[in-house]
Ligand binder design. Sequence first.
Ligand code: AMP
Ligand code: MG
Length: 469
Amino acid sequence: MRIPFDNSYATLPDGFFTRLDPTPVKEPKLLAWNDDLAASLEIEGGDAKTRAQVFGGNQVPAGAAPLAQLYAGHQFGNFNPQLGDGRAILLGEVVDSVGKRRDIQLKGSGPTPYSRMGDGRAWVGPVLREYLISEAMHALGVPTTRALAAVATGEPILRESGPLPGAIVTRVAASHLRVGTFQVFAHRGETEALKTLTDYAIARHYPDAEGPLDLLRAVCAAQAELVAQWMSFGFIHGVMNTDNCSISGETIDYGPCAFMDAFHQGRVFSSIDRQGRYAYGNQPQIVVWNMAQLATSLLQQMDDKETAVEDATEIVHDLPELVEAAWLRRFAAKLGISNPRPEDVDLINELLSLMQTDGSDFTNTFRALGTDQARDHFTNGDAFDAWAENWRSRIKDEPDPQAVMQAANPAVIPRNHRIEQMIEAAVAGDMAPFERLMTALATPFEETDPELQRPPTEDEIVPATFCGT
Ligand code: AMP
Ligand code: MG
């Protein structure tokens, strides 16, 4: 197998990472492989066995410069001065077929100096969950890391529930630079490293940015768009810690994330998010909080602190408005409106409030708008009718509301109960449910597999998700 590595992170100063190889595993077996992504990365050759060896961590491919990255982060609001890749190894980077630089990283590949108490491993559940949801997000048009391979290790790993089958996911990302990467050097007062990192991030992601403040502005804009997209698809990330907040603006780190079935602003899936810090409706505020942390870190390198603080404060203060605008654009599209007006916010919120009261399915209700079935998603049909009358008069002058809605409201999302069923089957050696979901989710705006559009029945509901770490 040939991977056209072209590594840049590995040329940064030593303090940025620790070089080490993945820890070999007993019996690597390829569970999933992303042909299209491999082709776009210009990876050539290699049969299933070789892929399992390489992406199971047993064989370091030519040109790789394996390393674990250092970073810090606020976890649920508390600062941890040192995190880092505790169970991930960056093999290296490739420049893909459209000229974009991409990280290739193994996750679950064994302990590193940053593992703390962890075993450096992952089990097949979270691995397939990340694989499937990240690819589904990509198909929905949401910026995201992608999945190249899933490999079973043939080794059991121990979790609270007992031994589970180990696995490794190969993740492809615009980069793995996070807010936490800036925080680690800022916290340590390593100004030179912070400057190097800033220059690197600008060159890699925002080449037009002139200096730290411009970088902050660009990341804020990207994060505003990202969270608006999450909201518009009912996606709940679940662990929006600053170490899981990407500088590139991609969705990163699919842990206890999930898509909502019944709509509720306060919806939480993650079993560890007891206070609901990362609940669905809190996500826009958390993005602002995370960007404030990035601003604080970036400021450490500024000479003219007073003006810099003023400028950075202004950028962060402007962010809620940016998020609101992106949110309005996305939700207006869900109603068939391509030219939103400020008063559309009320129209959208009125619908969401009816949905919340009635526990309407988020995805299917929006999908049904404009059809005779829409009313069926509400227990209070009269209230919906009243809303719909306003809505119809609002979209009268819109050029093509049906087309706009079709493109904004997916038919199929990776519903949590389907993911759980898929994982259960995979553990028992049956990958058919995984394949079925992957096929339907590749074209989420088409109705190719109606059964997968169905919300969970009472006893199918999977109310909570686990980090699986
Ligand atoms: P996460 O919440 O998954 O983003 O992880 C937070 C931190 O914990 C990161 O530094 C991870 O590398 C580390 N971590 C998570 N799970 C493990 C594990 N099983 N072994 C070692 N480190 C881990
Ligand atoms: Mg993480």
